[in-house]
Design a binder for this molecule. Structure first.
Ligand code: PLP
Length: 383
């Protein structure tokens, strides 16, 4: 397969030491009983970066499997599930709920703002009969950040379990699973963790485990069933052959994060993101969001006479770089600048913004100044 450089909000760059870990010879993990302990250690290390001592499971699949596994494992036929929707992934949870026989109640909000917590509270005052609720930490297609530190405790206050998609948030934005009382937190390896695609991450609280134990009907899945992992250490066996190489690569990627220091990683994301937002606006582009900007991705609006898809195509043909537009109704409207994990370094963002500046000018956009230069100035001011 020919390599084409890309710069998107995931999959992100994978550092060399992580890629080298993939090439190591592995034991036959079906026979090697030590592997189970290694799996457990890497799971706990993953929990450490998520701020949890809850059990963490690494599933063979990618981020989407985490969302499906959470819904498959919690939903029983007829269960009412509150789906908080202020973005494309947020709304998408309803499909998983329905697929497993649940009744999603979708509470929709303005896609250009973070979920308004007071409105959620008002709603819960009238209706709190939900087994669990779902929301997205960073809804990548529009870049909106929701405040898990208030939303999740609020839902718990009303006796509702929480499922949070932090695939594009964790490590770039604090998720603090334990502090925020998140029952099932979903992640993936290919976003801010900057490991290869191939593992879904879920942390599972005691309350979530109890809800699964208390089910009256069996879970209608094998691969998306979180209970198949129950007691794996005591049993000395995992439910299927694990992708050992990907787990080794994740281990190294987690060490990279922990060695840099999580506070430093958050700070790096915050500074880059602030400079991207400031420079894009100074340049003459508008941000899609009115509130709730995330530090892992920025959605900018491309004027309709240019169109995000045409800009993407032009940049690919002329500068040999894949950049990301958005999804669904925003496909031709939004250009996404992903700055998460290994992509959140000043030299990489500078290069990408310089290419975007050229691409926009080629198509007739008159930017105020040079986007790369503006970014660099904003970044220096913020440091
Ligand atoms: C990337 C991502 C996922 C995983 O989805 P893929 O499109 O398969 O990579 C899930 N949720 C969010 C918010 C994501 O950004």
């Amino acid at each position: 397969m020919k390599f084409n450089p890309s710069y998107a909000p995931g999959p992100t760059d994978v550092r060399e030491n992580v890629r080298l870990a993939l090439a190591k010879k592995t034991n036959n993990t079906d026979f090697d009983k030590e592997f189970i302990h290694y799996y457990h250690e890497v799971s706990k290390k993953t929990g450490q970066v998520m701020g949890t001592t809850n059990e963490v499971l690494l599933l063979a699949g990618e981020g989407i499997l985490a969302l499906e596994a959470a819904c498959a494992s919690l939903t029983e036929p007829g269960d009412r599930v509150l789906v908080l929707d202020n973005g494309i992934y947020g709304e998408g949870f309803k499909d998983f709920v329905r697929m497993y026989g649940g009744e999603p109640v979708v509470l929709s909000f303005d896609y250009q703002k973070a979920i308004p917590v007071e409105e959620v509270r008002d709603f819960l005052e009238k209706d709190r009969d939900f087994k669990y609720a779902t929301f997205v930490h960073v809804d990548t297609p529009t870049s909106v950040l929701n405040d898990a530190s208030v939303l999740s405790p609020l839902l718990k206050e009303y006796g509702i379990l929480t499922v949070v998609d932090s695939v594009a948030g964790m490590v770039g934005e604090p998720i603090d699973v334990d502090k925020n009382q998140i029952d099932i937190c979903c992640g993936g390896t290919q976003k801010a963790i900057s490991a290869p695609v191939g593992l879904a991450i879920v942390s599972v609280s005691e309350d979530a485990k109890k809800a699964m134990d208390d089910r009256k009907t069996p879970i209608s899945s094998y691969y998306a069933n979180l209970q198949i992992f129950k007691g794996y250490i005591e049993k000395g066996t995992l439910p299927y052959t694990m992708p050992a190489s990907t787990i080794e690569a994740l281990d190294v990627a987690l060490d990279n994060i922990l060695n840099e220091g999580q506070a430093a990683v958050y700070d790096r994301h915050a500074k880059i993101a602030a400079a991207v937002r400031k420079s894009a606006q100074e340049y003459g582009l508008s941000l899609f969001l009115e509130s709730g900007s995330s530090n892992t991705v920025t959605a900018v609006v491309i004027p309709s006479e240019i169109g995000a898809l045409r800009l993407q195509q032009h940049i690919k043909e002329t500068y040999n770089l894949y950049i990301a537009t958005s999804l669904a109704q925003y496909q031709d409207v939004i250009l996404r600048i992903g700055h998460m994990g290994e992509n959140a370094f000043v030299e990489k963002v500078l290069a990408v913004l310089t290419v975007i500046d050229h691409g926009l000018r080629d198509l007739g956009f008159e930017g105020k100044g040079n986007l790369g230069q503006l970014f660099l100035e904003a970044y220096r001011e913020g440091n």
